[in-house]
Design a binder for this molecule. Structure first.
Ligand SMILES: [Zn+2]
Length: 89
């Protein structure tokens, strides 16, 4: 799990996500399934913590060690889009 504090920390994962183009499936708001590079799916949870930061958790090995994985980034881009829609609705 990691705390999203700025776009800089996502840059490497964004590059990877653009290259690998994982499929993101919507489960419910804040919960997504992202296809892995070796098949299967990882679950990504996005939520707002009490201090106002977004926290992102993925079930893959890298994320367990606190790394920003491309699954998280792929799910985040969908999540942020949906959050924006909710605010303007
Ligand atoms: Zn991941």
């Amino acid at each position: 799990m990691f705390i999203l504090k700025g776009i800089e920390q996502l840059e490497k994962a964004i590059v990877k996500a653009k290259k690998l183009r994982p499929r993101v499936e919507f489960d419910r708001f804040g919960r997504y399934r992202v296809s892995g590079s070796k098949g299967g799916y990882y679950t990504v949870l996005c939520k707002k913590s009490d201090n106002g930061y977004k926290t992102v958790a993925c079930t893959c090995k890298g994320a367990e060690q606190g790394l920003v994985c491309y699954h998280s980034v792929a799910a985040l881009s969908l999540h942020i889009g949906l959050a924006r829609q909710q605010q303007t609705a």
